[in-house]
Write a protein that binds this ligand. Structure first.
Ligand SMILES: [Zn+2]
Length: 326
């Protein structure tokens, strides 16, 4: 099946059967033959066929000819130890990969007929599969960098006016309770977002060093913090305070419209779909939105397959980071 044909109807029709779903996963994760998760050997394993009817041998079991260990396609992946049928996992992958603003655990729970708790874990495991290594390829060319603040509830209606008897410093800061996110976006290319405790020049410097090549042309708004962090880089600013949003210099469009467009999708997702995001989990939601943005030019089916292929070797760290729900 061509990846662009993969849609919800195809998934429901062809992979609702557990054996077929597993075979599909094997094809996607092991295009060049089974990979032993114990010793890493490629295509040197054989299927363990149950000898008699009613045998307790697990379906989809393989045995490595190298280290003699047994394994299935889900060992060492985000599916490990899950009692949710693989067919439901595939549907969850598709829903999360094709919904522009994400899909809530409540919605998954209702659509897939799994408990809310299971849906919550599934969504977080899928987000984990979506996470991408920042160092794999640094961003280059024209780069837009900006910060935004997400989540947080205002405890009372805020105005700029100081109430009688209130000192100016008693008012909540505009970003009180909100989490800071810094994103680095290569124009026409990928975005990489990071949750930071505070937006400081030091934090920004390390994000830029990790994600951006030295010769890149960086464009930001007129924030002074960003200015301090970008010493040594070619850097242009748009001055939003003076109502400047776009200008052209030597054929380069000086604007931060691309990153602001990304932030608007992120905020509509976090505010409109997820409502409240625990700050210890925010980085996973950022992985989700980054992943969808980075795969924005392919079909929903191709995006789903890309996420499914990223499931391998991603179990151990998951336990550390998704221990509790809140
Ligand atoms: Zn092996």
């Amino acid at each position: 099946m061509e990846p662009n044909e993969l849609n919800l109807i195809e998934l429901a029709a062809h992979f609702s059967d557990e054996d077929k779903a597993r075979e599909f996963l094997e094809q996607q994760c092991w295009p060049e033959g089974p990979i032993c998760p114990h010793c890493g050997e490629l295509d040197n394993a054989f299927r363990v066929i149950p000898r008699k009817v009613g045998s307790k041998t697990r379906k989809g079991l393989w045995k490595c000819a190298g280290c003699r260990e047994q394994f299935t396609v889900t060992v060492g992946t985000i599916f490990a130890d899950s009692h949710i049928p693989l067919s439901k996992w595939l549907l969850a992958f598709h829903l999360l990969c094709s919904s522009k603003k994400g899909i809530s655990a409540h919605q998954l729970h209702r659509m897939l007929k799994v408990t809310y708790r299971s849906a919550w874990f599934m969504a977080h495991r899928i987000r984990y599969a979506m996470s991408q290594e920042p160092l794999s390829l640094k961003l280059q060319g024209v780069i837009e960098i900006d910060e935004t603040y997400v989540g947080g509830k205002r405890r009372f209606h805020q105005t700029n006016a100081v109430k009688p008897g209130q000192r100016a410093q008693d008012r909540l800061a505009p970003f009180a309770g909100k989490q800071a996110v810094v994103s680095v976006l290569q124009r026409g290319g990928r975005v990489q977002s990071k949750h930071v405790d505070r937006v400081t020049a030091e934090n920004l410097r390390s994000i830029v060093a990790q994600n951006v090549t030295t010769g890149a042309h960086i464009i930001t708004d007129s924030s002074t913090v960003l200015q301090g962090a970008l010493m040594g880089h070619k850097h242009d600013q748009v001055n939003h305070r003076d109502k400047e949003y776009v200008r052209y210099e030597d054929g380069v469009c000086i604007t931060t419209n691309a990153i602001e467009g990304y932030f608007s999708i992120l905020k509509r997702g976090i505010n409109g779909v997820y409502h409240q995001v625990g700050k210890q989990h925010l980085h996973r939601y950022l992985s989700e939105f980054d992943f969808r943005y980075n795969a924005r030019k392919v079909t929903d089916g191709e995006r789903t397959l890309q996420a499914i292929k990223q499931t391998g070797g991603k179990r151990l760290m998951l336990r550390d980071s998704i221990g509790t729900r809140n």
